[in-house]
Design a protein around this ligand. Sequence first.
Ligand SMILES: Nc1ncnc2c1ncn2[C@@H]1O[C@H](COP(=O)(O)OP(=O)(O)O)[C@@H](O)[C@H]1O
Ligand SMILES: [Mg+2]
Length: 312
Amino acid sequence: MSTIVEVTGLRKRFGDIVAVEDVSFTIAEGEIFGLLGPNGAGKTTTISMVSCLLSADAGTITVNGHSTGRDPIGVKRSLGVVPQEIALYPTLTAAENLAFWGRMYGLSGADLKRAVDEALELAGLADRAKERVETYSGGMKRRINIAAGVLHTPKVLLMDEPTVGIDPQSRNHILDTVKRLNASGMTVLYTSHYMEEVEYLCDRIAIMDHGKIIAEGTLNQLRDVVGGMDVVTVKVDGLADETLDAARAIGGVEQLDRTDDTLQVLTRSSGSILGVLISTLESAGAHVVSVSVQEPDLESVFLHLTGKSLRD
Ligand SMILES: Nc1ncnc2c1ncn2[C@@H]1O[C@H](COP(=O)(O)OP(=O)(O)O)[C@@H](O)[C@H]1O
Ligand SMILES: [Mg+2]
């Protein structure tokens, strides 16, 4: 498959803050590529440079054969952008908002009408098209926001955390929409701090933290980073720091990290360490509230690479 997005050595600073540091990745035509990372990782800054909203301090970006430095108009024509912040006029109806964006993309007449109708259908909101956007739920606004980004059927769609803070129904609708758009031939760059979404959607994933890509590959390649280790999560009351050292010393514990009253243990032998782990904690006076075991997922990869949890 041919490369449609190529990012090399990208860097961006805001004063003393290094928001993006030496970021490189390529996206093949037809892929859904995920950029996964916690808040502040540098995802939006990266997307903003790809979409020519921000200029990079260093590095090159090519989209559909156009360079952001030499041919930003060519880049913008190839892109649809769904920003993190909703960009709709609250007092206009959904149809009017979409028509506005369609005209911005140069559509008019019958083409514009067809594009708006298709976008409303895609958003699942054709029956609410004549209502003002201010009466919509957060999830409905997000769906219209996405529809606005694809009115001109771009080659590449950039989506920046499109499901933050919305109801599960809209969230599922959005994830299905991404799959549908991709099946129709659109390449997608999808950012999120929800690993489940990225696991579900993406052909390849780059994990980002503190402005850098710390791992990249297919889900299976990333799972191999933790070499088949399970994550044991233990919620515990009254845990002393000395007890942590005792728990770390248990045979089979590869890594143990603490966030407040939660312990996360990486292990290849969860079956045999559970009993020892619980008795070690309890005999040191701590109270074990709950225990769960998860198979390796992107959470365990992130934990392994950074020593911290990706979850909120
Ligand atoms: N306009 C800005 N001015 C100053 N700092 C910024 C600006 N935009 C982003 N940052 C900082 O850059 C870092 C990366 O931010 P961002 O790209 O928004 O991360 P993400 O989208 O992954 O949450 C953060 O530390 C953020 O506070
Ligand atoms: Mg962001």
